[in-house]
Design a protein around this ligand. Structure first.
Ligand code: SD4
Length: 331
């Protein structure tokens, strides 16, 4: 039987490929089919905290860890960083001063786990992984997620640092309890979620996403990051996608799933991210004053990104280089 590569070689020799539109040429390589052009291993992640996270993911894979180990341990770095105001320890609290965390993880076997509205646990990604691997469920929330974490040996700690408490108290003075204060003039503030996708040398993919969510949100608000298909989606036959920004816009369009499905239809990661942003523009009226960014990687190790407002950047670690790239934006 003709495999895809040989099939494409025959088409190419016949000059047929030059006649095909770009989207058809970039159809991802199905799992299990070898291709010399696959740029694996590869890691892509959101914002500048992606640089150390990408490095960690590569190290874990080089040391023989699984791709799931890689994505988990990578995003644990910003989770543990008290200076990072939007992930884990030191994350911006809700408007009542509580740090509440959302996280999700997906592996190459299609399994998924997540936690939302979780308090007092510095590494929500590890709780999400445990939900994925040790329960028949996908998502645990709030007190139940905390109980599950404690039963499994996680320790409670105060995640509100003196700095974030001080900033929250300052915010309270003028906030008028509006959790969206400052969003119109500073669309890139209050959201620096890390979403990260990795592919190991065999071409297997996993993803992780973790955040303290929207700064000064209403207590109980959950964003897109722990919603499988919204903040994160990985299909090991096609590729993965993850999102950052105002989660409500991503949830209303199931953005990461959409990006992966567009790649399934033959779009490049870049084009798929762009079309998912355009879907938000078509469907969600607040798009003009909000930020959303998507990153994606397909089974060839090709990467791409797109966002609503200028200002989103992401980190790509591939072929020995770990570098920041400015995303193209709709506006
Ligand atoms: C949320 N999407 O809770 C998250 C926040 C975020 O970069 O992405 N920050 O809506």
């Amino acid at each position: 039987m003709l495999n895809r590569r040989k099939f494409l070689e025959k088409l190419s020799a016949a000059g047929v490929l030059t006649l095909l539109p770009e989207v058809v040429k970039s159809v991802p390589v199905p799992a299990g089919i070898t291709d010399d052009n696959i740029a694996a291993p590869a890691v892509i992640s959101t914002w500048s905290h992606g640089i150390p996270a990408n490095k960690k993911a590569m190290e874990v894979m080089q040391m023989g860890g699984s791709v799931v180990d890689a994505v988990e341990q990578a995003v644990m770095i910003p989770e543990a960083d008290p200076m990072n105001r939007s992930v884990g320890l030191g994350g911006t609290p809700d408007r009542d001063g509580h740090v509440t965390l959302d996280a999700s993880i997906m592996g190459p076997d299609g399994n998924a786990g997540s936690v939302c509205f979780l308090e007092h646990i510095i590494h929500p990604i590890s709780v999400a992984r445990l939900v994925m691997e040790k329960t028949p469920h996908v998502m645990l929330a709030g007190e139940g997620a905390l109980q599950f974490a404690l039963e499994n040996g996680f320790e409670e700690q105060n995640l509100l640092t003196p700095e974030t408490e001080k900033a929250w108290k300052e915010w309270l003075k003028e906030s008028d309890y509006n959790p969206e204060v400052n969003w119109e003039d500073k669309p890139n503030e209050f959201h620096d979620t890390i979403g990260l996708l990795a592919m190991d040398k065999n071409g297997d993919m996993a993803g992780a996403c973790t955040t303290s969510g929207l700064g000064y949100k209403i207590r109980g608000r959950v964003g897109d990051s722990p919603i499988i298909g919204a903040g994160l989606f990985v299909d090991n036959e096609i590729g993965g996608a993850t999102a950052t920004g105002m989660g409500e816009l991503v949830m209303k369009t199931l953005g990461s799933f959409l990006v992966v499905e567009l790649m399934r239809q033959g779009r490049s990661p870049q084009q798929a991210c762009k079309e998912a942003v355009e879907r938000i523009v078509q469907k969600v009226p607040e798009n003009k004053i909000r930020q959303v960014g998507f990153i994606a990687m397909n089974k060839r190790g090709e990467t791409g990104a797109f966002c609503l407002q200028p200002g989103f950047n992401y980190a790509v670690h591939q072929k020995g280089e770990n570098k920041m790239i400015d995303s193209r934006s709709y506006y």
